[in-house]
Design a protein around this ligand. Structure first.
Ligand code: ADP
Ligand code: MG
Length: 381
């Protein structure tokens, strides 16, 4: 019976999801479980039991120190934390004395848990808080700057009209410059605001064809298309998607502006929209629970993105243009993420293609059961 309980306790310790290390009064390892070996990165094959702890834990002088002092202390730390220097893991631990029947100390036990993940989560949380604070500040500044900028533009316009009356071409061209610069500054402020604002989607049934038409008009109003051929191919029967119309327009406008800018007034831009095939869908769960997607591609035959820059183009403030804000693609990524979509880029010396995949059913709704199959006609009811 005693042997059986013994075995039971051994198995109990072996299976625990906390690290357990026990040493005897003379410093020999009496017990070490699998989780402890994992956290200390000890080889499973190496026999630790029966050897001196300072030898077993030679790679972890910080733990050796803690264990050494444990014999001298009457009050042992409960819930302390420690970073293991060699592995950079953070552990939370409790130390306790092992006492014999007469209450004499016969050893020390260390119980611990790997806190690295929790620590990383907390770090991310802190970072998010900081970004929110930063975003609020940027939004406040941008907001304050907008009004004086609008003032400058209006007043320069008034002066320009007066300059026309007294017929002063020099003054007029200077004023034109002022107005253009103010417009550009305003555009940057606008983009910065768009970027820092946390996205709250106003989701509605959205027809991609409408979104693309609006985006083209917006892009053309910002960058003259000149000799760029533009073709648009939207599949018939494309289902409307659950999305934020305004944000989606922003997304495709930014892609189009980039394409126009890359072409510098000459070349081709193709826009296409179709329903996603299930095989291409990374979220596909299989047969009938498969969510539907709409895939929009924006392709240009411009110079492409150099290989060494490809990892960075989505970063905020990354730009290769003298007057660029570097926020266009950062906003694109943000809007795609908010819709639970994805964006892929293919680029080379013959051009660039951005492919945006959006779920038809909208963000956070991937696994909602579909009432109909994926028959095209079912979108009407
Ligand atoms: N269609 C494209 N063709 C070539 N390069 C592109 C294209 N789209 C984006 N890029 C590159 O990505 C960078 C970042 O784009 P973006 O975030 O929109 O900022 P910006 O347009 O203000 O530079 C651009 O400066 C450019 O170098
Ligand atoms: Mg851009």
């Amino acid at each position: 019976m005693r042997r059986e309980t013994d075995r039971f306790f051994r198995q109990l310790v072996a299976g625990m999801r906390n690290g357990v290390l026990a040493i005897t009064r003379d410093g020999l390892v009496a017990e070490i479980n699998g989780e402890a070996q994992r956290i200390f990165q000890l080889k499973r094959s190496s026999r630790s039991v029966g050897r001196h702890f300072s030898e077993v834990l030679a790679k972890h002088p910080d733990i050796v120190r803690v264990l050494h002092s444990a014999f001298d202390l009457s009050h042992l730390p409960n819930r302390a934390e420690l970073r293991l220097k060699t592995t950079n893991k953070v552990i939370g631990y409790t130390l306790s004395h092992v006492k014999d029947e007469r209450g004499r100390s016969s050893g020390v036990a260390l119980f611990f848990k790997d806190l690295t993940k929790i620590e990383q989560l907390e770090e991310r949380e802190r970072l998010r808080d900081r970004l929110v604070a930063l975003g609020e500040m940027a939004a406040a500044i941008a907001h304050e700057v907008k009004n004086p900028l609008a003032g400058i533009e209006v007043m320069a316009g008034v002066l320009k009209r007066q300059a026309a009356v007294v017929d002063s071409p020099d003054a007029q061209s200077l004023l034109n410059d002022i107005i253009n610069e103010a417009k550009m500054a305003n555009q940057i402020v606008h983009e910065a605001l768009e970027f820092v604002r946390p996205i709250r989607l106003q989701v509605e049934h959205t027809a991609i064809a409408d979104v693309l038409q609006t985006s083209i008009a917006l892009a053309e109003s910002k960058i003259p298309r000149r000799n760029i051929d533009l073709t648009v191919n939207v599949d018939e029967g494309l289902p409307p998607i659950q999305g934020d119309q305004h944000q989606l327009c922003q997304l495709f406008t930014n892609l189009l502006i980039n394409a126009f800018e890359a072409l510098e007034g000459k070349g081709r831009v193709d826009i296409s929209a179709r329903e996603g095939l299930h095989e291409e869908d990374p979220h596909a769960a299989g047969a009938d629970g498969t969510p539907r997607t709409v895939i929009v591609t924006v392709t240009d035959d411009g110079p492409g993105v150099p290989r060494e820059l490809r990892d960075r183009i989505f970063n905020a403030f990354f730009t290769t243009k003298p007057q660029g804000s570097g926020l266009g693609l950062a906003i694109v990524r943000k809007v795609v993420d908010a819709h639970d979509g994805r964006i892929d880029i293919q680029t080379g010396s013959s051009g660039t293609r951005f492919q945006v995949t959006l779920p038809v059913s909208g963000a956070n709704d991937w696994f909602a059961p579909r009432s109909q199959g994926h028959l095209r006609s079912s979108t009407d009811d």
